[in-house]
Design a protein around this ligand. Structure first.
Ligand SMILES: [Zn+2]
Length: 486
């Protein structure tokens, strides 16, 4: 079916803010599950410099259409019995979508089904997307509902057979045309630009590189132009994680930017999750990839410790993890001293603690700023006792305290690979990684102690992982206390 008429659009024309051709798509399915359900009909309205063309076809889903869905769409088992199967029309659909912005009302649904259907045939669908639900929300924020039904009512859009694919695609296109006429061109253009996004494979990356990714634990490196190291990450399933970088919504310009720059992906497989985590942390620390902001300053990690002054008042002090007295408790791990101070100030406000202790150290005697604002409960003015203050402070800080090291000395954590003899052994002391070794068979723990120590590494992610691993070792992970004799 083909036609070239749309009275609402003076063809040839493209949208303000979008100088690319469009494919407005609607599909009908046997249900809502992208993996279980199948497409029963597709309708496409193509818009490009030559004008507007419409195309649609029923598709035999090769599974029964549930009765409720048959009633909803009007598409019955009998109607699709002689229709082509998806693979028979896949090429036609692909050619109609190619090079166009994929537009749909709730684009995730239609695009998700099509991407999956193409994926089953070994095709990677890779389109720039525009969601008209989001477009409607952006252009008509005063409206509460943005379903196609509501939009059709609101604009009085004529529709002959609702819930049939082409009718709905046509209604979606009519909505776009009406909104374009309705809104100032620059508002419309801005909304379009904000809503289009590309869940794309990096343009400079060979698809074969992605095909070769292992579904196994490991650390991956993204390289850019001239072998510059852009990013290091880890996962128990490298393949899944790397692909998610390229298909997820790019929430930030930084993520988008990273994807644009990737030219190569290299993977180091590891024994398991712990090895991947530790290798990642070491790599990031040693090589400082451009895009790893999170772990970059790991060497300057700060924490809080409590010291008691002459009056018996417990005072939190900010120090680097390396300066900290590891025989005493550490409260929190902070990427910068400022973050530690902000945390203290927030705790102080919340608990009625004294600014002289929490914000700027001073001896009790004069009312602190917080007391003048009736926030401080009065350590400074003697209205609250030292004991009351200490108790409230300890209670609040307890929530950010690092767990006490549960062993008398260092332990060896031994991770065995799922499907080979390989192991990785790590010596951990007081939540810090102090040595590591990889090998095959059984590690010789006596020899492990003799390994050259790396600089002790305490990192937020490693700490979190170790707490979990030591309290409840995962399968394949063994904890061996090494004693304190050495
Ligand atoms: Zn005070």
């Amino acid at each position: 079916m083909t036609s070239t008429s749309d009275p609402e659009l003076p063809a040839p024309s493209l949208l303000p803010g979008l100088d690319r051709p469009l494919a407005i798509v609607d599909i009908e399915t046997t249900g809502g599950s992208v993996t279980r359900d199948r497409i029963t009909e597709i309708g496409i309205v193509e818009v490009d410099a030559e004008g507007v063309r419409e195309w649609s076809t029923l598709i035999n889903p090769q599974i029964p259409i549930p009765y409720t869905i048959q009633r909803f769409t009007g598409i019955t088992d009998a109607m699709v019995a002689d229709a082509p199967r998806f693979e028979q029309v896949a090429k036609e659909i692909f050619l109609r979508l190619e090079g166009k912005v994929f537009v749909a009302h709730n684009v995730r649904f239609d695009y998700g089904f099509l991407r999956n259907a193409f994926g089953n045939l070994g095709f990677a669908l890779n389109q720039e997307l525009l969601c008209t639900v989001k477009l409607s929300r952006a252009l008509y924020p005063e409206e509460a509902r943005h379903s196609l039904e509501k939009i059709i009512q609101r604009f009085g859009i004529p529709v002959d057979s609702r819930h049939r694919a082409l009718a709905d695609a046509r209604a979606t296109w009519t909505f776009i045309c009406r909104a374009r006429n309705d809104k100032p061109a620059e508002d419309f253009a801005r909304a379009i630009q904000n809503q289009t996004r590309r869940p794309s494979l990096p343009p400079g990356l060979d698809i074969a590189v992605l095909d070769a990714l292992p579904s196994a634990p490991g650390v991956y490196h993204f390289y850019g132009e001239g072998r510059s190291l852009l990013y290091v990450g880890k996962s128990v399933d490298v393949r899944k994680r790397v692909l998610s970088h390229f298909t997820a919504d790019h929430a930030t310009a930084r993520e988008m930017n990273l994807c644009q720059q990737v030219r190569d992906v290299r993977v180091t497989q590891t024994t398991g999750e712990l090895s991947a985590l530790l290798l990642e942390a070491r790599e990031i620390k040693a090589r400082q990839p451009l895009f790893n902001r999170r772990l970059r300053r790991v060497s300057q990690l700060h924490t809080l410790q409590l010291r008691e002054d002459e009056q018996g008042v417990l005072r939190p002090e900010v120090c680097t993890v390396n300066q900290a007295d590891r025989s005493q408790r550490l409260y929190g791990l902070f990427p910068a001293p400022q973050k530690a101070r902000e945390t203290l100030a927030a705790i102080g406000r919340e608990r009625g603690l004294c600014d002289h202790v929490m914000v700027s150290p001073a001896k009790p005697g004069s009312a602190c700023m917080g007391r003048q604002l009736k926030r401080c409960r009065g350590l400074c003015t003697g209205d609250w006792s030292v004991l009351q203050h200490n108790t409230a402070l300890m209670d609040a800080l307890g929530k950010v305290a690092l767990k006490a090291w549960p062993y008398a000395g260092p332990v060896a954590l031994i991770e065995h690979a799922d499907n080979s003899d390989r192991y990785s052994a790590f010596i951990i002391d007081n939540w810090c990684l102090v040595a590591s070794e990889e090998g095959v068979g059984e590690p010789q723990l006596a020899d492990l102690k003799l390994l050259d120590s790396q600089p002790a590494l305490l990192d937020k992610d490693i700490y979190r992982y170790l707490v979990k691993a030591l309290l409840k070792p995962a399968p394949g992970l063994r904890v061996v206390p090494l004693g304190t004799e050495s």
